[in-house]
Design a protein around this ligand. Sequence first.
Ligand SMILES: NC(=O)c1ccc[n+]([C@@H]2O[C@H](COP(=O)([O-])OP(=O)(O)OC[C@H]3O[C@@H](n4cnc5c(N)ncnc54)[C@H](O)[C@@H]3O)[C@@H](O)[C@H]2O)c1
Length: 302
Amino acid sequence: MKAIVFGGAGFLGSHVADELTKQGYDVTIFDLRGSPYLQQGQTMIKGDILNQNQVRMAIQGNDYVYHFAAIADIKEARDKPVEAANFNIMGTMYILDACREFSVKRIMYSSSIYVYSDHGSFYRSSKQACELFVENYHKEYGLEFTVMRYGSLYGLRANEFNFIKNCIKQALIEGTITRQGDGNEIRDYINVVDAARSSVDALSDNYKNCYLMISGQQTMKVREVLEMISEILQNKVKIQYLPGNMYGHYQITPYSFRPKVAIKMQPREYHDMGQGILDCIYDMYATLATSDKNKLINLADD
Ligand SMILES: NC(=O)c1ccc[n+]([C@@H]2O[C@H](COP(=O)([O-])OP(=O)(O)OC[C@H]3O[C@@H](n4cnc5c(N)ncnc54)[C@H](O)[C@@H]3O)[C@@H](O)[C@H]2O)c1
């Protein structure tokens, strides 16, 4: 079976591509940039989802299409609404239309739990719009779909706007973590590797034309996560809470009343959050030790 992963050089897409390869799929990655994580046997296409012809040529011959290419940063989408609509909505349209043209078996669309929410600004608007287009391609043309709404992801290969990655980086360089708000916000964290495995499990017929919520089993307050990072770093990290709230994010629940409900999909086996954070700390420490060694805080025993 052949699968193409749009946005497969990114954080979530690269892990899904790995998992597809592991499970025996013939994988192509389509992304603006070459993937630093390309595995043996995977094919890389450098291209732009806004180039309709490139998208058509790439999709032809594939059974499954995973779509992760987007402006995924809420703040960037808030600051650039036209670009957010262009990349996130028009890019998705070209992918959907090529899926219809070449009769792919299923489109696997990456959405967000923010579709339930009044938060998330234009990022949320773009995800809501795309879900409706996905749904109507099914109604009008019979294109099968699975919509995967992800919760808060963390883990290796995280992008520059990932919350946990940035906290770890700040902790290792400055010995401090600053957070806007009181830290009582609640999140269902999921390790990106577990989310990727669920995303491939979602190819099962049980999830055809379904909405899935892929979030973690570890519901935590942001303050608990920060304390966990500090404790792993031998309590040498100060946590500072600044007045105000993180722009565009929710406090306790992403839900505002919206009529469409999803199946909550949680991996049966999953990474323990502390272990997962420790992996991220080792990874960030190794990166900083090669690029910014002098900036690292002293973690040696007193
Ligand atoms: N990371 C999360 O916590 C999270 C949570 C919910 C939903 N999602 C969704 O999952 C998807 C992937 O998120 P991510 O965190 O991996 O983001 P990411 O930024 O790490 O990856 C996105 C990838 O898409 C590529 N891309 C962007 N524009 C493109 C274009 N025009 N043509 C081709 N490739 C393009 C980028 O180069 C990048 O490699 C997004 O749709 C995002 O909204 C992510």
